[in-house]
Design a protein around this ligand. Structure first.
Ligand SMILES: Nc1ncnc2c1ncn2[C@@H]1O[C@H](COP(=O)(O)OP(=O)(O)OP(=O)(O)O)[C@@H](O)[C@H]1O
Ligand SMILES: [Mg+2]
Length: 421
């Protein structure tokens, strides 16, 4: 009887304790709000408790990265403050962050949303990205996955992205916005660095990655103006059937190889095409598509080809670069020719990136195969020949995409680029 009495008291105490806990939780929920409460109650995960697929020691991985919790990145970016936003791309916004040890980082908040991929897939992909490493690829410092948040933390690049330097105020001497004007030697160094980064992705890394989105804003520059390709492997985060649309649609379209834009045929040569367009931009400080320019200059590869045919390719070069330090006429002409080889209409005609690197770094007295006409038609002639065409056909022909998808009539067979080997 005495035992059952003690048991009853014990049971009563437990029930009373539970009631008190429930009442306390209710009060906290009422005053702190459900958001904070959920966060407080969520079990904390420390790096040592990370799932096995994020061990950082998977075979083939070259280095480990840090697992950040959301609160750390929130603090580093001052609550993802607008003022800290470095930019926004097709994957989401990027913020400048300062970690507790004073190190600056760029935090990319992926817009994967509720329907986005699961945590394990995210870590597997991060692990894959971590297994490639090259001095011309931007380094992933760490990542975070909490709730629906997926964040990637990169090393911060002091000299921002190439688009800001080429097309921003920095390209107007003495009116810069803190970013310097780039002379020919630096531009050449950037071109060779990007080519080497792509060569690694295509031919040397254990994953063989096609970047798919090579463009000026995806080339970051470190304090010594060494280029670092960013967003490599990022397309892997998006399922094949989910089209990734960049905010700068026209710009991205201007970089896209015709066979990929039209038929979805994706090979490493699609990157080679984008690289060719990007090189023309670096030489000229002009955007690949600029509809404010006179008709014949609106599409950069077309403009470059026309000047090349007329043996006036030096007119393509930014006048300030020509007047600036380290300008070498022969070298610039050679690089223009390599860029035109990269934008050939047929993928097989474009050089592999190792071949592009070889040509970019060889002496200027060596010969380079002549390029054929890139992937477009002469718009003027076509408009003239189609005076009577119906409006919808004319509309289609006016679209930049049309000019990119139409192979040149001058090219009726794939060009065998043996480079005299
Ligand atoms: N590691 C970094 N260091 C410094 N600035 C960065 C870094 N990463 C990105 N940025 C800046 O943030 C901007 C936005 O980058 P983001 O990659 O999101 O967009 P994007 O390159 O314009 O388009 P896309 O989504 O196609 O890559 C870039 O233009 C660049 O200026
Ligand atoms: Mg980018």
């Amino acid at each position: 009887m005495a035992v059952s009495g003690t048991g009853a008291v014990f049971l009563a105490l437990i029930i009373a304790l539970l009631v008190v806990i429930i009442i306390l939780l209710g009060i906290c929920w009422r005053f702190l709000g459900p958001g904070i409460m959920r966060r407080l109650l969520r079990p904390r995960r420390c790096p040592s408790e990370l799932p096995e697929y994020f061990s950082g020691n998977m075979s083939g991985n070259l280095r480990t990265i840090t697992y950040f919790d959301y609160a750390t990145l929130k603090k580093a970016t001052r609550d993802f403050h607008q003022k800290n936003q470095l930019g926004r791309g097709g994957f989401g916004p990027v913020y400048l962050g300062k970690l507790d040890d004073g190190k600056k980082v760029a935090v990319k908040q992926l817009s994967v949303g509720k329907s986005g991929q699961g945590e394990s897939e995210f870590f597997v992909e991060v692990n894959m990205i971590t297994s490639i490493q090259h001095k011309n690829l931007v380094r992933l410092v760490g990542c975070c996955s909490e709730g629906t948040q997926r964040l990637l933390v990169y090393e911060y690049m002091k000299n921002k992205s190439l688009d800001k330097i080429l097309f921003g105020k920095a390209n107007i001497p003495h009116r810069g916005d803190g970013l310097p004007f780039l002379n020919w030697k630096t531009r050449h160094q950037i071109i060779v660095g990007i080519a080497r980064g792509l060569q690694y992705l295509h031919e040397e890394s254990n994953l063989r990655i096609v970047h798919r989105d090579i463009k000026a804003s995806n080339i970051l520059l470190d304090d010594k103006f060494q280029p670092k390709i960013s967003d490599f492997g990022l397309a892997r985060f998006f399922p094949e059937d989910q089209t990734y649309l960049s905010t700068a649609f026209a710009g991205t379209l201007g970089y896209t190889a015709p066979e990929y834009a039209i038929r979805g045929e994706l090979t490493v040569k699609a990157d080679t095409y984008s690289f060719g367009v990007l090189v023309l931009e670096i030489i000229s400080s002009m955007k690949n598509t600029d509809l404010t320019l006179p008709n014949e200059m609106q599409y950069l590869p077309e403009h470059a080809w026309r000047l090349y045919e007329q043996k006036k390719v030096l007119e393509l070069v930014d006048a300030k670069v020509q007047a600036g330090e380290g300008f070498e006429e022969k070298e610039v002409m050679q690089v223009c020719q390599i860029a035109l080889l990269c934008v050939q209409p047929y993928p097989d005609s474009r050089p592999a990136m190792s071949e592009a690197v070889r040509m970019l770094t060889m002496k200027t007295d060596q010969t380079i195969p002549p390029p054929l006409k890139p992937a477009f038609l002469d718009r003027k002639n076509l408009n003239r020949d189609n005076k009577d065409a119906d409006t919808s056909t004319m509309e289609m022909m006016r679209s930049p995409a049309y000019w990119m998808m139409t192979p040149s009539p001058a090219v009726d067979r794939p060009y065998d680029m043996s480079f005299g080997k």
